[in-house]
Ligand binder design. Structure first.
Ligand SMILES: O=C(O)CCC(=O)C(=O)O
Ligand SMILES: [Fe+2]
Length: 322
């Protein structure tokens, strides 16, 4: 068996002004039609300086503490990787990152007000030990059964329909991923509208698909991507430890993927805003998760809806912002 070393894919193009917008935008600036169209076509956006440097450094220190704790407890994966699912609920600074960053306008602008984080993970990946396993094919869309259970039978009906979007993920960069080969996420822009991606026969002998780019970015930048985007991890061949907080958001009528017991937030619950409480999964009753009152009818008290309404940001021309 031959083991091909997959070629290094190109880095994020720098000549697309719309992909690097946001430097001045705050979290309550509505998306323009062009921005929404761009995300629909490309399936991702890179938001530069999504958080400022002071905060980035403060959170990086907290990430380092979690890593040290997991290492001491023997909870690392593959020897030295931290992959802490549902990790957001473990620290108020992580919860705050759910809405207090410049990428958040893409989240409510694309998913609407009835959302929360069903899935999030803190990943710390030290430089690769080159003596380890060969690289394996890792391309996928997120969502597990969402890719089968909600599938449209194109062959049967005679035309193709892309899978439903359902969720969007923000990858907040805490280490310097501005150069290739530092373990940044690989994506194929535009592939979110394709329901399949050809696989190699041998998962250890492959080249990355045509159109692959690796998303480069500075500490504090954020990659926002559609969960249907075909994407893959990449290996960290550098001498810099990769640190990313992945924040997945979905509609509140979809169940959580990660355990995020709200009791873990007991000590700081009173410091969270109502929107942050919604985003970690709180809700007073089941109909609330469907956006309605117990007796039916749109519920204006749902925190993110209330916030958008007060700011005049509900928009009848965008279904999820109605
Ligand atoms: O670690 C990465 O770069 C990608 C991880 C991933 O597949 C995801 O967050 O959905
Ligand atoms: Fe993924």
């Amino acid at each position: 068996m031959s083991i091909a070393a997959p070629a290094t894919p190109a880095a994020t193009p720098k000549d697309r002004p719309l992909s690097v917008s946001d430097t001045d935008a705050d979290r309550w600036t509505p998306l323009t039609d062009d921005e929404r169209r761009q995300f629909h076509d490309e399936g991702y956006v890179v938001v530069r300086n999504a958080i400022d440097e002071d905060r980035r450094l403060r959170v990086e220190t907290i990430i380092d503490e979690f890593y040290a704790e997991a290492k001491a407890a023997g909870d690392l994966w593959k020897g030295d990787w931290l992959h802490l699912q549902g990790g957001v609920i473990r620290h108020p600074e992580f919860v705050r990152l759910l809405d207090d960053n410049k990428a958040f306008r893409w989240i409510w602008g694309l998913l609407g007000w009835n959302i929360y984080s069903h899935h999030n993970h803190l990943d710390v990946n030290p430089p690769l030990d080159e003596s380890g396993d060969p690289e394996r094919w890792g391309w996928h869309q997120d969502g597990w059964r969402q890719n089968s259970d909600a599938e449209y039978m194109g062959d049967y009906y005679g035309y193709e329909v892309s899978r439903p979007q359902f969720s969007i993920k923000t990858a907040m960069l805490f280490s310097d991923l501005s150069e290739p080969d530092r373990g940044s996420t690989l994506i194929i822009p535009g592939s979110h509208l394709d329901n399949s991606l050809p696989r190699p026969d041998d998962p250890e002998d492959f080249e990355h698909p045509e159109g692959t780019i690796q998303v480069t970015g500075n500490p504090g930048d954020a990659l926002v991507f559609d969960r249907r985007m075909w994407h893959s991890r990449s290996r960290n061949h550098s001498d810099i430890t990769r640190k990313i907080l992945f924040l997945g958001y979905t509609h509140r009528w979809i169940r959580p993927l990660d355990p995020m017991p709200l009791e873990l937030a007991e000590d700081f619950w009173g410091d969270l805003t109502d929107v942050q409480k919604q985003l970690v999964g709180a809700g007073p009753n089941l109909p609330d998760y469907w956006g309605i009152h117990e007796a039916g009818g749109i519920n204006d008290a749902i925190p993110l809806r209330a916030e958008l309404k007060e700011r005049g940001l509900l928009d009848r021309s965008v279904p999820w912002l109605r």
